[in-house]
Design a protein around this ligand. Structure first.
Ligand SMILES: NC(=O)C1=CN([C@@H]2O[C@H](COP(=O)(O)OP(=O)(O)OC[C@H]3O[C@@H](n4cnc5c(N)ncnc54)[C@H](O)[C@@H]3O)[C@@H](O)[C@H]2O)C=CC1
Ligand SMILES: O=C(O)C(=O)COP(=O)(O)O
Length: 527
């Protein structure tokens, strides 16, 4: 049974998908304090969260079976992604399901702010008729500055255009041409501050964006500007905002998100010109159904089919791509595993060459599969496609990759060179047909080996009787040979023999083979 824990409120449609899937058991346990979550997380293969659960290194340490964290929504600042990656846990989000809803919330906040709707509601309910005091402003013909032209920012810009606002955009990672093509002006941040009547932030919370709107930024803005933050708490510095509103520089602000959530006591709340919502940006029925369904399907697809969609710490391998490169990932994994057993001492470098028609294929997942195969026998913890590149880096292994379209003997060939202090081993592999994995070269030897099961790799002198002697020794110990491949050294006098046996060959028999005449070395391999 695959066990899924839902630790934040998730739309029913998502929970139902888990319940309807054979082999999956789902528990919903929301609002757990960290120490409670830590106690139970060890039982689960998957964790579904929103913005409340903090997936810290400590939680991940306790999550011995965890394979995937699925975020029903976008922001992942509550997940320690490097720690998850190191432990081989896929972290995925649902990047599109709530973007319209959140953009609509930003527009709603702007309208509520400019027309004093929350203040009007409060004063009316308190028995007042503050018609004069609560006079507002039109947004028509005003300038909206959008910081961050991603999925949400671009929708906000589009909806503001419908309100007949002039929209200016700052996003250093989107080309001015793209912004202009969408019908908006791309300007610098300082220009945006100087020109905007309203500013809405739609950037992720990063080191560079934390405190982006601070006292220095407010000083560059128009007097009477209004600020909206439906992105992440702390992108707008709360203390500086409080001062800027109190001084009248900023005419008002609308916050959906806070530096600490829930914020508890907050000086900003003393200001009439501050309106707020408790992180409601994504909270519509539609968005919650979208993200719940998406996260459930993605998690199931990953745990059952190995399909990776919308992961932030591992390349996506989905649908058509998986069909195309999945078999090469299997080739890579076997080659890595074979190289691990051939390696004499710690690995210094790994060189991966893709030769032939790999056009249009992103080979990153194959390279990761190679590293996974190679590193698995070398480390104590589980290596998978998520943490393999990090593990290689931590071990100081230099990984290089190249692709050449010119095919030689095979239409697709993967060559893997692994170097240690003592030298380099070269293994080349391919697919015959759609699924048959063949290792076609080991160092100087050409062969066609099916890399599976118990294998003895024997180097011997290419003399009459050598192979017969090996067969007789194994037969005497009742060990049946399933397959045998003999490769001849190019222009040499040695053979390489791969013997696939039905059972593992005991160490004393290996010693006996080693002492036989004409046998140079015997290496047992488990593939
Ligand atoms: N309030 C809520 O309930 C919700 C909040 N969010 C938050 O909204 C924000 C935006 O989300 P998406 O549009 O989906 O993200 P996105 O990744 O599609 O877009 C972010 C944009 O910010 C830009 N950017 C990055 N650094 C920047 C910088 N220093 N200056 C200017 N632009 C910069 C990027 O180039 C990108 O275009 C995120 O912080 C997300 O967590 C998302 C959903 C719901
Ligand atoms: O998707 C996001 O990034 C959000 O901020 C939404 O947060 P929530 O799922 O409502 O806690």
């Amino acid at each position: 049974m695959i066990k899924v824990l839902v630790s934040d409120v998730l739309g029913d449609a998502g929970i139902q998908i888990f319940k309807d899937t054979d082999g999956i058991e789902v528990d919903v346990n929301t609002g757990l304090p960290p120490e409670e979550l830590k106690k139970i997380i060890g039982d689960y293969d998957a964790l579904v969260i929103r913005s409340a659960t903090k997936v810290t290194e400590e939680i991940l340490d306790a999550a011995k079976k965890l394979k995937v964290v699925g975020r029903a929504g976008i922001g992942l600042d509550n997940v320690d992604i490097p720690a998850a990656t190191k432990r081989g846990v896929v972290v995925m989000n649902t990047p599109t399901g709530n973007v319209v809803t959140t953009a609509e919330h930003a527009i709603a906040m702007m309208m509520a702010l400019t027309r004093n709707i929350p203040q009007g509601t409060l004063s009316l309910k308190a028995g007042r008729w503050d018609k004069k005091k609560l006079q507002g402003r039109e947004v028509y013909n005003k300038t909206l500055g959008v910081i961050g032209f991603g999925k949400i920012g671009s929708i906000v810009a589009d909806r503001a255009r419908g309100l007949r606002m002039r929209v200016v955009v700052y996003d250093p990672f989107v080309t001015p041409e793209q912004i202009q093509k969408a019908g908006f002006e791309s300007i610098t941040l300082d220009e945006l501050y100087a020109q905007s009547d309203y500013i809405s932030v739609h950037v992720p919370k990063l080191k560079e964006t934390t405190g982006l709107l601070d006292k220095t930024a407010f000083a560059k803005m128009k007097d009477g500007v209004m600020i909206m933050n439906c992105a992440r708490g702390g992108i707008v510095n709360e203390d500086d905002l409080q001062e800027a509103i109190a001084s009248g520089k900023v005419a008002g602000a609308a916050l959906d998100v806070f530096e600490t959530e829930p914020p508890g006591e907050c000086r900003l709340f003393e200001l009439d010109r501050l309106i707020c919502t408790p992180h409601l940006g994504a909270s519509t029925r539609e968005a919650q159904t979208n993200v719940a369904v998406a996260v459930a399907q993605q998690i199931i697809d990953y745990l059952i089919n190995g399909t990776v969609i919308n992961a932030v710490n591992v390349p996506s391998v989905a649908g058509d791509l998986l069909k195309k490169i999945g078999p090469y990932m299997a080739v890579g994994d076997r080659m890595g595993c074979l190289q691990a057993q051939l390696a004499d001492g710690p690995v210094n470098s790994v060189t991966i060459e893709y030769t032939g028609d790999f056009k249009g294929m992103d080979m990153a997942p194959v390279s990761t599969a190679i590293l996974k195969g190679l590193l698995t026998p070398m480390v104590k913890y589980a290596v998978n496609s998520v943490n393999a590149p990090v593990v290689a880096k931590d071990m100081g292994i230099k990984v290089t990759e190249s692709t050449t379209a010119e095919a030689e003997d095979y239409t697709h060939l993967i060559t893997l060179r692994v170097a240690t202090e003592k030298g380099e081993n070269v293994v080349a592999g391919t697919l015959i047909g759609r699924r048959d994995i063949k290792v076609v070269k080991i160092n100087n030897f050409r062969l066609e080996l099916v890399p599976e099961g118990h294998i003895l790799l024997i180097f011997n002198k290419d003399r009459p009787g050598a192979i017969g002697g090996i067969g007789t020794t194994l037969g005497r110990h009742n060990i049946n040979i399933g397959r045998m491949h003999v490769g001849q050294e190019q222009d040499g006098e040695h053979n390489i023999i791969f013997l696939q046996t039905d059972t593992q060959v005991p160490p004393e028999v290996i010693e006996e083979l080693r002492s036989a005449q004409m046998v140079n070395t015997v290496t047992p391999l488990e593939l």
